[in-house]
Design a protein around this ligand. Structure first.
Ligand code: NAD
Length: 497
């Protein structure tokens, strides 16, 4: 059944690949086919791991924790330095794997690997930035504040960035001294299997990072496992909320990032050439499968020239896997969902200025929907309010800045928002009023680069309110220990002595 071209994936536990095991000795482990979005061909099989697999991985992580956490942070960061070099060496190969299993074009896949590498770069600088603090608070008495790791942490990741999102958590978590069990997305499980081999080559001790493949049941058992001290999750808001609630019931530290519906506002004084290019890149890049993709454009007044440019730039996009081309979406369910939103908007009176639906028919294989631009008249259209996660731009003309802000503020998510304008005062007005954690001025994908933390607001983020990278990651993946010390007997002791 399993061939070299269609390998059966194994879990990575205690520094080696091991077959997933069933809970009962007699039952066979189930495997899901993994397909390439480009042609829907099966490229391998991913196991639905059992609670026994989770227990085994957590035990390995727990056993590795004392020795790993006892090392100095400089020593742990040295592993990250070697891993960083290996990522550079293998970036092209990793990008090819992302192209195959996810469907990004090659340039997007490479950029996602390099963006993941940036968090590794931040992690290897941690000895320079997490010294803690110390102060003589009373004569002869010092207080110091140091960071200690939590223990075993779990990281659950989505399909849309097979390397980059795992790299949001793994490098900082382990450099801070934690050990980890990571569950890749069952839709894109292969690239992380290469990453763990590179970590081993970099000198990471066995058991510090473990991979358990599977679906929701693996996640639930990870959350419930008493030895798992903290959970990070990235995925849809519905699941993020469930994960967050389950962790809260167990008084477990959790950071759960959810979905998004990011708004862009174009003021009448925006630079039309720059804005149109940026808007098209934002909604169609990575086939719209980015939590930072801006998918609603609110034009203040009707801006025909801007719309014309967006339409012509969208129409020039071609399907494919090369830089500048638009790849497929992840699966048939995604094609169906995207198409349904376009159909519904059309039925309610919207004009489909650029129609990506013909790409579905013109490709005999794979999961394709082309860039689509919808000009709405009905403010209730679901496409304006719900996360579509495909290359679809909704345009709505609004009467004023106030109306644009009312619409943006009313959306339940809060990852990103962007204002296009030539005026600093207008930019300032919007940035202070958007209800989003990551704002852009003339930038449609306002992803903060390291050392700045990544994280949204509202229903785009649940749990303990840290951001996921940068100093937010340091805060999440460590406990603060405060130590108050006196060595010299004091004369004139006060009430604080
Ligand atoms: P998803 O919620 O379907 O799955 C995410 C992970 O959760 C997967 O590993 C999956 O196996 C697991 N899972 C699925 N159902 C579960 C359940 N009921 N209980 C426990 N675990 C479960 O998300 P996806 O489709 O893989 O990813 C796309 C979503 O991720 C989009 O909504 C996107 O906006 C979001 N996302 C958000 C960010 C962010 O930073 N806010 C970043 C990337 C992606």
């Amino acid at each position: 059944m399993f061939t070299q071209d269609q390998p059966r994936l194994r879990n990575w536990i205690n520094g080696e690949f091991v077959d997933a095991a069933s809970n009962a000795q007699t039952a066979d482990v189930e495997y899901l086919p993994v397909t390439s979005p480009y042609n829907a061909k099966v490229i391998g099989y991913v196991p639905l791991s059992s609670t026994a697999d989770v227990d085994r991985a957590v035990a390995a992580a727990n056993a590795a924790f004392p020795a790993w956490s006892a090392r100095t942070i400089k020593d742990r960061a040295a592993v990250m330095l070697r891993f960083h070099a290996l990522l550079s060496k293998h970036a092209d190969q990793l990008a090819d794997m992302v192209v195959l299993e996810h469907g990004k074009n090659k340039a997007e896949a490479l950029a996602s690997v390099l963006k993941g590498q940036e968090t590794v770069e931040y992690a290897l600088s941690l000895p320079q930035v997490v010294q803690g603090k110390m102060l003589e608070v009373s004569r002869g008495i010092t207080c110091c504040d140091t960071r200690v790791p939590l223990g075993v942490v779990a990281s659950v990741v989505p399909f849309n960035f097979p390397v980059m999102v795992p790299m949001w958590t793994l490098p900082i978590a382990i450099t801070m001294g934690n050990t980890m069990v990571l569950k890749p997305s069952e839709k894109v499980p292969f690239t992380m299997s290469k990453i763990v081999e590179l970590l081993k080559e970099a000198g990471l001790p066995d058991g510090v990072v473990n991979l358990v493949n599977g679906t929701a049941s693996v996640v639930h058992h990870l959350i419930d496992h008493p030895e798992v001290k903290a959970v990070t999750f990235v995925g849809t808001s519905h699941v993020a909320e469930l994960v967050s609630q389950r962790c809260h019931q167990l008084n477990k530290r959790v950071l759960a990032l959810g979905g998004a519906k990011n708004h862009m506002v174009s003021a009448p004084d925006c630079n039309i050439e720059m804005t149109s290019t940026d808007v098209v890149n934002s909604y169609s890049g990575c086939s719209g499968q980015r939590c930072m993709a801006a998918t609603v454009l609110l034009t203040i007044g009707h801006q025909q020239e801007l719309i014309d440019k967006i339409v012509s730039k969208s129409e020039s996009l071609r399907p494919g896997s090369k830089a500048g081309e638009v790849g497929p979406v992840i699966d048939q369910a995604s094609v169906d969902k995207i198409t349904r939103y376009i159909n519904e908007a059309e039925a309610s009176g919207a004009r489909i200025l650029v129609d990506g639906r013909p790409w579905t028919q013109s490709h005999q294989e794979g999961y394709w929907v082309g860039p689509t631009v919808i000009l709405h008249t009905n403010k209730q259209d679901a496409a304006l309010h719900e996360e579509i996660f495909g290359p679809v731009l909704s345009i709505l003309a609004v009467e004023s800045a106030d109306e644009a802000l009312r619409i943006e503020n009313a959306n339940p998510y809060g990852n990103a928002a962007c204002i296009y304008t030539s005026s600093g005062a207008t930019a300032d007005h919007f940035i202070k009023r958007f209800s989003a954690g990551m704002c852009g001025v003339n930038i449609g994908v306002a992803v903060p680069r390291e050392p700045f933390s990544f994280g949204g607001w509202n229903k785009s983020r649940f749990g303990n309110h840290c951001d996921i990278t940068g100093d937010g990651g340091v805060e999440f993946f460590s406990l603060r220990r405060k130590v108050t010390t006196k060595w010299v007997p004091q004369e004139n002791a006060s009430w604080m002595s």
